[in-house]
Ligand binder design. Structure first.
Ligand SMILES: Cc1cc2nc3c(=O)[nH]c(=O)nc-3n(C[C@H](O)[C@H](O)[C@H](O)COP(=O)(O)OP(=O)(O)OC[C@H]3O[C@@H](n4cnc5c(N)ncnc54)[C@H](O)[C@@H]3O)c2cc1C
Length: 428
């Protein structure tokens, strides 16, 4: 690892921005490397993981063994198993977690890791990253400046809102990332849920069990041809094997785009357990209750426009099958329309004109190819789906990607990232 020639001051080998699972994993793995000076800056005042969408029954979509460290360093003290053991829950959790672990419990686990790591600082929103010719200078909204050899950007993805809805966002027309915060009482109100992924299904399931009162009408619409399950089968799961990530990142751009489209349901589908639960709740509504919620499930249907109308909204939707349009009036609209990656504002000053409009290319070790910034590198976590594959936005790849980044910073293979094989033949 090359040391900078910087005298004194608040200087680090790595400043990591954001303390979500990606950079918590980096910090937990780096905790075994006393020679590495690492600082993690997190904008939120306290630990939290997607609290804005947290229905009571929310489940983790991966095995809890895919925690922050285990697949790279199973002896690391920040494993989920060790969290359970230290909190006296091991035996009971084996019985409770027959299918999947609750997201509430992973929030507790992540918070325990964050609070246990001396490198993590909360309430530090990064507003600017510059380079003074020697090192990066990372500035936070609280006025603090830190110098660093390298930067690891782990700020996650931003909620995506369709353009037609952007001007009207409010407490009753909202993105799914704010559902648990804003939707408290739907009693007697009509609601439209837009989207066909896991978030939309979690919201529909929550509404159907009466957690937020009984709405007068529920409409769930997706542009997909159905409410599609997550493909969690054995060979598809090899997409989340590091060997597949390496293979994918070496393919031509057009081939990668094609694979991303065809494999989408390995990542963006709805868990089968949740689909079954929703189906059972609809059956209850149809045959087993005196006060059923009128509902409508619309597939192959796209939201094309939305405007305020009275105290609610009028949504215009279009069928992809026959191009016909219709209007749906409702009191509340929840947009479970996903997340998008964009280059964070605080990095813009380091990019040239072209790189601002089209993000800079990402190398195999997750560093940005920025010839203009030297010495040092900027690494990105969870921003490389187009170059590294669907696994990039999944928790499964988190420890391995952190280990690849740390190896690259250390300039040696400290973590055995190349170990482990794959069943399928990956010769292009
Ligand atoms: C509701 C939900 C549930 C999910 N469940 C699963 C699952 O079960 N399994 C799975 O594989 N994937 C899941 N995902 C997908 C993905 O794994 C998660 O989004 C994961 O949180 C990504 O981790 P991250 O660290 O990259 O980003 P995030 O978790 O988004 O963390 C980014 C952090 O950066 C901070 N930050 C942002 N800007 C700044 C700044 N300027 N300065 C300092 N800090 C900043 C944020 O406050 C945040 O804490 C889920 C996604 C969502 C939305």
């Amino acid at each position: 690892m090359t040391r900078p020639l910087i005298a004194g001051g608040d200087c680090y080998d790595v400043v990591a921005i954001g303390a979500g699972p990606a950079n918590l994993s980096l910090a937990a793995l780096a905790n075994t490397l006393p020679e590495l000076r690492l600082l993690v800056l997190e904008s939120q005042p306290t630990p939290g993981w997607h609290r804005g969408l947290l229905p009571a029954g929310a489940k983790l979509q991966v095995s809890p063994l895919k925690d922050l460290v285990s697949v790279v360093d199973p002896t690391n003290r920040f494993s989920f198993l060790n969290f359970l053991a230290l909190h006296g829950r091991l035996y009971r959790s084996f019985i409770a977690h027959r299918s999947a672990v609750s997201r509430h419990e992973f929030i507790q686990y992540y918070a325990w890791v964050a609070r246990s790591l001396p490198s993590v600082r909360f309430g530090a929103k990064v507003t600017d990253v510059s380079h003074d010719g020697q090192s990066f200078v990372v500035t936070s909204a609280n006025g603090q400046r830190h110098r660093s050899n390298h930067v690891v950007c782990g700020v996650g993805a931003s909620p995506h809102v369709p353009a037609c809805a952007l001007p009207h966002l409010s407490e009753t027309l909202l993105h799914s990332s704010r559902y648990s915060e804003l939707v408290r009482d739907l009693e007697g109100r009509s609601v439209v849920v837009v989207g066909g992924g896991q978030s939309s299904a979690e919201i529909v399931s929550d509404i159907l069990c009466g957690e937020v009162g009984w709405p007068s009408q529920l409409t769930w619409l997706t542009s997909r041809s159905g409410f599609k399950p997550l493909d969690d089968s054995a060979f598809t799961n090899e997409l989340f094997n590091p060997r597949h990530t390496e293979f994918f990142s070496r393919l031509d751009e057009a081939v990668r785009e094609d694979l991303l489209r065809s494999d989408l349901l390995a990542s963006d589908g709805i868990s089968e357990e949740l689909l079954q639960q929703i189906y059972e709740r609809l059956y209850f509504q149809d045959y087993l209750t005196d006060r059923p919620i009128p509902y409508e499930l619309l597939t192959s249907t796209r939201l094309v426009d939305i405007a305020p109308r009275g105290d609610g909204y009028r949504a215009t939707v279009s069928s992809r099958l026959n191009r016909t349009r219709r209007e749906i009036d409702s009191d509340v609209v929840v947009l479970a329309t996903g997340y998008r990656h964009c280059v964070p504002g605080f990095l813009q000053g380091l990019l040239d004109q072209d790189q601002r409009s089209a993000a800079p290319p990402i190398a195999e070790d997750y560093s940005l190819r920025l010839d203009t910034v030297k010495p040092g590198r900027i690494f990105v976590q969870n921003a490389a789906r187009t170059t590294h594959g669907l696994a990039d936005s999944n928790l499964a790849v988190v420890p391995w990607r952190s280990a690849v980044i740390l190896n690259s910073i250390l300039e040696r293979e400290h973590f055995a990232t190349a170990r482990g094989d794959i069943a399928q033949d990956l010769t292009p």
